[in-house]
Structure formats: C-alpha cells, structure tokens
Design a protein. Structure first.
Length: 542
C-alpha cells in the first residue's frame, strides 16, 4: 500500500506548490521509489477546459484526454510519469458525480451532505490506484482558509486517521516575507497559516518556507516552536534560477530526508541526482543562444503557455543553447507590417489558441516566416493559420478562413463533426456543449515516407496529444499541395491532416497537435530539438 504525502499551501497562492510537489516526487524517485502525483482543485468548474488562460494558465491535456491543471505538466516533466484523468479532480467534478448519483437514486433515503458524501468521494479519488506505487503525493490547490477548499482539507484530515499509522504525512508550504522598512524577515504569516490548518485538525509534519533570502537558524527555531514542528522539519525553500534546480536545492535543505523520517523510513540510500545535476549545468552554462518570436494571444500571462515555454527550454538543452523568447501579442501587427516585431528572431512560432482576436496578425507572422526563410513551428491554431496563409497567398483562395471566426467564403478550416477514437466513431454537432467535447488526448498519426517530420521523429507512426474543435478541410488538400504545402502527417484513416510542411523551406512544420505537452527535460521532444537546431543555424546566418 502506498504512503501518502499531502501538500497544502498557506499565506498566499503562487508559491510554487506544484513545483515543490513535483520536485519531491523526483527526489523520491531518485531514491528508487515509484511515485504518483495528484492535484485536487477546489473550484467549481468541472475541469479547467472552459476557463480563460488568463484566469487559470494553460490547460494541460493528458494522454487519456483529460483537460487538467497545469501542475500536472510539472509533475510529468519532473517525474516522467504520464498523468491520467485520475490525477486531477475539482469540486465541480465531485459534485457532478454526486448529483448524478443522487438523481439516479443511489442515495435513496439519505440526506446527501458534504460530510460524509463529498469527503468520501474525495477520499475515493485520492485512494484509487494507491496500491500501484510506493508514494502518492496529493497537492491541494488554493490556500488554507479558502471556503471552497474546506471539504478537501477535511478529507485529508480524515485519511490521517483512516490510513494505518505512519502512512500519511502533511507538508505545508508558506511564505516568509522580508519587510524592508524593518529590515526583518517575518514569521507571523506562517504562524497564522499553521494555526488555521491546526484549527481544522491538521498538524503539519513538515513546513516548507518560501523566502527570497536565507532564513537564519533562530527564525527557523522560532517557527518550529510556534508551529509545533521539529526544527529539522522547517525546510527553507529559496528562489532558484531555473525550476530544474529545485530538486537539488530542496535535497540540500533536507526535504527528502525529512519526508522519509516522518514516515519512519530508515536506511534509505541517498538519491542519485546525477541527471538533475546534468540538466542544471546544461541550463546554467549554455554555449550558444537563439531568439524565438512567439506570436500569441495570451502573452501577458506567463502561465498561459507553460508547457510551450518549457519545451523550448528542453529544445535548448538538446542543443546546448539558451532559448530567449520574444513574446508578442499578434494583435499588435494585425494592421501593420510585422517585420519590426519579427526581424532578428531566429525562429517564429504560432502557438495554440482560441477565438479570432489576433489571428490576422498570426497569419502575417506565418507569411513573414515562409517568405523570409525563418524556421517556423506552428502548433494547433498555428497550423490552421499556416494553412489559411498558404491558401490565400499561394493557392489563390482569397476568401480562405476558419469557421471558428465566422462564415468565410472558403472554409479551409472547419469544425470537426466526426472522427475515430479507439475504433469508435465520435460525433459532434455544431453548437453543442463546449466543455470536454473537443478532440482531446493522444491520437496516432502516420507520417509520409521521405518527409522532414518522418526524418525528425525517426519513425512513421507517432502518438501526440490533441485539443481542438476545428480541422483543415481536406477538400482543399489538392489545391494546397499543388501550391507547395505538403500534407506529411495524417490520422491513420487518412481523413484528418495532422502535419503540413514546406520541403523547400529551411524548416517549416505545422502540427495539429501539441508536441509541447510531451516534452521533458531529459527527453526533449524531437520537434523542439530539431526546431531549435534550425534556429541555431539561422542565427549563424545573420
Ligand atoms: N481553436 C482551434 C481549434 O479549436 C485551435 C485549438 C488549439 O490551438 N488548441 O481547433
């Protein structure tokens, strides 16, 4: 049976609970244990799929087609373990399940209540599949004291008593602010946060304190005394340069030793951190650098393109270079020449996106990349805009557009109404529900022999994660191919275009899926590795 680590946060949000959880997972793995990470989100949306990226950051898609919290991306990148829909739950999904059962009559005769029904459903979610790994790490979203998170805290409190003794450990992550006018670090917010946690019955075993500077010994002793934890269990979590430095930094502060001690595990071998040392060094001491211009829509929020940002770092790791990103709101050059924004970039990238705003700017960015021979990577909407650009500017289909943005004269991009999933036909009507109804998750694609993508992947069958409602309209294929755009990847039934490329361009590949979701620091995605390599070549030309 697995041991359970519950990770909660206090004082403020955005302290990096997701990275801390992922890093602890990586440290336990480095000691030879198997781990699984889960995220419990207290908000009422069934999943983050319908939330704006400005609200919630990126939506991370799993192989099995769940739209999940972006922390699952960190978990995958740090541990290499693919997440599934069993690894992220929201209050909305819990209530949806309970209310469906209530309507079916499953609770006939009973009053359905937060305790025990909601807490039982949460516990069931936490415990599912727990016999498959050594450790399950459960992160609770939000901060202690949030009204909507109470059932989650109550559920993990109950589990502390229901699991055999010594099978559950509670970690609480807080902030120690530095007050410049007083020249002092303040422990009071941490004390209050732990008090709040204890008032709902949870005594943390380990405190991780985020701070922008060293926390002196006496401050740690004070926290230990006031928060009722051992002094050695007050782990300082200082800012580091790269998120991939976090596992080593937390190990040096004794995090994994404390966790094992809290479980009374003795004599565990020290962790093998060689691959983390390698990655840290590679990121800290690159030999070259490239600049990638990203023409997007949600560039004001760092988290909106989290996996993309990381996949570019991984592409840099593969090529031993630093990747600088020039984030551009495509809307800026919808009515202008994009050259001043794009010139000097060694690669241009149009990422995934939804809605019309900025698309004409993205189409201009595609045209710039195509005509100037700048390496171009198009992802999802970035493939659709690449196809619209080809249709308008190469194939003479002037009215080309997407039905996502209205009713174009020539719908080169149209809504998907049916496709095959695991041998079964999936169908969608126009104007149906928006939540959870896209073509989601891993689908195979077949690559054309001799194409650039086949060479990059080194195989002909790939599996990549998708999240889209629209698709290139195959009735335009012939005209587009006659104009030079090659359809180099298709769904196995040959009906859905997955990849297009220009063979006579230095590097121009656009894909309907999201390769960034599968890239990992130790295993950079081949498309990103190859794209950054092309950008490096480009940087030597100018
Ligand atoms: N909005 C487009 C679609 O739904 C592209 C989606 C995306 O980029 N993820 O097909």
């Amino acid at each position: 049976m697995a041991r359970y680590v519950f990770i909660t946060g206090g004082v403020v949000s955005s302290l990096g609970k997701g990275i801390a959880s992922a890093a602890l997972g990586a440290l336990l793995q480095a000691r030879g244990y198997s781990v699984r990470l889960r995220k419990l989100d207290p908000y009422l949306n069934v999943d983050p799929g319908t939330m704006s990226p400005f609200q919630h950051g990126e939506v991370f898609v799993t192989d099995d087609g769940a739209e999940t919290d972006l922390d699952l991306g960190h978990y995958e990148r740090f541990t290499g373990v693919s997440a599934s829909q069993d690894d992220n739950i929201t209050s909305g999904r819990i209530y949806q399940t309970i209310l469906a059962k209530e309507r079916r009559g499953d609770y006939l005769g009973a009053t359905v209540q937060v305790i025990p029904h909601v807490t039982d459903a949460i516990k069931e979610f936490i415990m599912t599949g727990g016999d498959e790994v050594d450790f399950v790490l459960c992160e609770i979203g939000g901060t202690v004291g949030d009204i909507e998170a109470l059932p989650f805290f109550e559920a993990i409190r109950q589990l502390g008593n229901e699991l055999p003794r010594g099978q559950a450990v509670y970690i609480h992550l807080t902030l120690i602010p530095f007050i410049p006018s007083a020249g002092e670090l303040k422990t009071k917010p941490t004390q209050h946060s732990v008090k709040e946690l204890r008032s709902i019955g949870i005594q943390p075993d380990i405190l991780m304190v985020r701070c922008d500077r060293e926390v002196p010994e006496e401050e740690r002793a004070k926290i230990a005394l006031f928060c009722n934890v051992r002094k050695s269990a007050v782990i300082q979590a200082l800012d580091v340069k790269s998120i991939y430095d976090v596992p080593i930094a937390y190990h040096q502060q004794g995090l994994d030793d404390e966790v094992l001690a809290a479980f009374s595990i003795t004599g565990a071998p020290p962790p093998d951190l060689s691959r983390w040392q390698w990655v840290s060094k590679r990121i800290a001491q690159p030999e070259g650098e490239v600049t990638i211009a990203i023409a997007g829509k949600y560039t004001g929020l760092q988290d909106a393109y989290k996996s993309l940002d990381e996949a570019l770092v991984h592409g840099g790791i593969a090529n031993n270079c630093r990747v600088n990103v020039r984030w551009l709101e495509a809307e800026l050059f919808e009515n202008h020449d994009p050259a001043p924004y794009l010139e000097g970039a060694d690669g241009i990238l149009v990422p995934g996106g939804f809605g019309e705003r900025g698309t004409e700017g993205k189409i201009k960015a595609v045209e710039f990349a195509r005509t100037r021979g700048v390496p171009y990577l198009g992802i999802c909407l970035g493939m659709q805009t690449a196809v619209i650009e080809a249709a308008r500017n190469l194939a003479g289909i002037t009215g080309a557009g997407s039905t996502e943005f209205g009713t174009p004269a020539e719908p080169v991009i149209g809504q998907l109404t049916e496709w095959m999933k695991d041998g079964e036909l999936e169908q969608r009507g126009i104007g149906g529900d928006l939540g959870g109804t896209m073509r989601l998750g891993a689908y195979e694609a077949v690559l054309a022999p001799g194409s650039r993508v086949a060479e990059i992947y080194g195989t002909h069958i790939i599996s990549e994660r998708h999240r889209h409602r629209y698709e290139v309209n195959m009735s335009y294929r012939e005209r587009l191919e006659a104009a030079g755009l090659v359809f180099s990847g298709l769904s196995p039934d040959g009906l859905l275009p997955e990849i297009v490329e220009y063979p006579d361009h230095p590097w121009f590949i656009a894909v309907q899926f999201h390769p960034e979701l599968k890239s990992r620091p130790f295993d950079p995605h081949p498309l990103f590795a190859s794209y950054i390599e092309a950008a490096l070549k480009q940087s030597r030309l100018v």
